[in-house]
Design a protein around this ligand. Structure first.
Ligand code: ATP
Ligand code: MN
Length: 271
């Protein structure tokens, strides 16, 4: 006969670290006890509890898997955990109080680049997320069932505009629309059939569609086999402080670039 608490014992047995997501001060206090010999990592929008090991969560991922993956990836980047560590994650799945402990093995695949994409971009994290979600959705569904490609340049829009030229009239010229508005997502998907790039400001305003990017491509090092869209998308992030999110029409993958380098490559179907 097992006691119910045995189930929990198994979940937390021999873990290398405990991740506590967005704890209140009073909740966190119980982990500060020196007798707990497991390192505690706090993952939260702000380090209000003054945790020694802290990972910033720039947005509340509603999906718990995403939230956990993000925290672990951040901790891998800081060297707090490494491949094959086993961690316990204390989260609130249904909002409010912490209601679950989830056991996770850290794998190298968790280092997807998502953490870097959100935490170290100049644009607002929620803007990055909204654009990323449009790209993922477009990648999953295509445009009227056909695969489409798209190139989104996010952040540092003034400079990006200076390093590009219009291919056609700008449908967003006089509008004040932002990514994340449902109607805008429909527009972005519709316009993705057209050539060129979308330019989006730090705060999410859609500045232009149809831009032909003309960055200097020297010093840009991206995987061989990627074409002009990806080269331009990578190079503009070296020339400016932007981040780009690129959906490939030919292989269906979503990639992100920053500082002239690819920081993320994912299959929308896995996301
Ligand atoms: N400098 C650029 N600025 C903006 N858009 C570009 C630029 N170069 C190419 N594109 C866009 O990318 C499209 C596809 O070009 P290309 O096939 O060379 O890129 P790719 O990297 O192979 O992308 P995909 O994997 O989607 O085919 C072009 O039709 C054009 O709309
Ligand atoms: Mn191509």
């Amino acid at each position: 006969m097992v006691a119910l608490s045995d189930l929990l014992d198994d979940v937390v047995a021999d873990v290398d670290a405990l991740f506590v997501f967005s704890p209140s001060s009073s909740y966190y206090e119980q982990f500060e006890d020196e007798s707990l010999d497991t390192p505690v990592v706090v993952v939260a929008p702000e380090n209000t509890v003054d945790a020694a090991e802290y990972i910033e969560l720039p947005l509340e991922f509603d999906n718990v898997r995403d939230r956990i993956r993000f925290g672990i990836e951040g901790a891998m980047g800081n060297g707090v955990v490494e491949e094959d560590d086993v961690v316990a994650c204390n989260v609130a799945v249904f909002g409010g109080d912490h209601d679950a402990v989830i056991r996770v093995r850290v794998t190298e695949e968790m280092r997807s680049g998502i953490y870097d994409l959100f935490a170290n971009s100049r644009a607002d994290p929620s803007v990055i997320r909204d654009v990323f979600e449009v790209a993922i959705e477009l990648g999953k569904k295509g445009q009227k069932g056909k695969p489409v490609g798209a190139l989104f340049v996010v952040g540092d829009a003034g400079k990006v505009m200076n390093k590009s030229r219009p291919l056609s009239y700008n449908p967003f010229e006089k509008s004040h629309v932002h990514v994340g508005d449902p109607i805008v997502n429909v527009m972005l998907k519709e316009f993705s059939r057209l050539d060129g790039a979308f330019i989006i400001s730090d705060s999410g305003k859609i500045v232009s569609a149809y831009r032909y990017l003309e960055p200097a491509a020297e010093g840009v090092d991206i995987p061989k086999g990627l074409g002009a869209r990806h080269m331009a998308g990578a190079a503009i992030t070296r020339d400016t402080n932007s981040t780009t999110i690129v959906l490939s029409e030919s292989d269906g993958l979503v990639r992100a670039f920053k500082g002239g380098k690819m920081i993320l490559e994912i299959d929308p179907e896995d996301y």
